[in-house]
Design a binder for this molecule. Structure first.
Ligand code: 13P
Length: 254
């Protein structure tokens, strides 16, 4: 019998704007070959150009999926450059990142927009991985819980408990992303526990107990084990280290 925490496990790599088509396919092929069977979902969040080819690479692997890094807030139509949830689904995509801090900071993504993107993901049977987290200034001002609660409210105020069962969360403190500075296991656990109690208050204990909450921000093979053994940390959203097959596999195995 697996525990609730075991059932919540998931590791996703966020390739960001790295790797051309061949390099991405080579990386995914190597990870799939070395990983063999996974007991829990492993996701490649790749640039959109990779998704069609990736779905072929992951289709015979057990528990490996492709995910997008963004989704349009619109269903279809005159939105040049955007990619809809239906289009992502049509190339075999299963997950999609929503609200990554780089999109909030550099592409002006606001709470209303992100709520609409989450709706589009759910309407198209894609699992949104909703990213949130405070900046360094906000942490230094002891505002991390307030900021996280606001971001969760913005993303999910329009959903009910059954819809929440199809959502994955990813706490990514902005000051830990790509900086080599990881939140300490205790710092990360404290926010994850806070998020679970927020879910409990809003949606009840079933949603709180079953929602996967990932940690992201400078996760490496050397620190993954200690982070993932915290009671409310269910896995990771991995940036830089997901580009190196050996590192990514070591993190999955942690
Ligand atoms: P790094 O693992 O490179 O810090 O990136 C984290 C991240 O932004 C994943 O979405």
């Amino acid at each position: 019998m697996s525990t609730l925490k075991e059932k919540r496990r998931l590791v996703a790599g966020n390739w960001k704007m790295n790797l051309d088509l061949k390099a991405g396919c080579d990386l995914a092929t190597e990870v799939v070959e070395q990983l063999g069977k996974s007991d829990f979902p492993v996701v490649f969040c790749a640039p959109a150009i990779h998704l069609h080819a990736l779905s072929d690479i992951v289709k015979d692997a057990s528990n490996v999926y492709s995910g997008a890094q963004d989704i349009s807030s619109h269903e279809s139509g005159a939105h040049t450059g955007e990619i809809s949830g239906g289009q992502l689904k049509s190339v075999g995509c299963s997950y999609v990142l929503v609200g990554h801090s780089e999109r909030r900071a550099f592409h002006g993504e606001t709470g209303d927009l992100l709520a609409a993107k989450i709706s589009q993901a759910l309407a198209n049977d894609l699992t949104p991985i909703y990213c949130f987290g405070e900046t360094l200034d906000q942490r230094q001002a002891d505002q991390e819980e307030e900021v996280v609660a606001r971001q969760l409210h913005e993303g999910f105020a329009h959903l009910d408990a059954p819809a929440m069962k199809n959502v994955v969360l990813a706490y990514e403190p902005c000051w830990a992303i790509g900086t080599g500075i990881t939140a300490s296991p205790a710092q990360a656990q404290a926010i994850h526990k806070f998020v679970r109690s927020w879910l409990n208050e809003r949606f009840g204990d079933s949603v709180a107990n079953t929602t996967t909450i990932l940690y992201g921000g400078s996760v490496k093979p050397g620190n993954a084990n200690e982070l993932f053994s915290q009671p409310d940390i269910d896995g990771g959203l991995i940036g830089g280290a997901s580009l190196k097959p050996a590192d990514f596999i070591a993190i999955v195995n942690a």
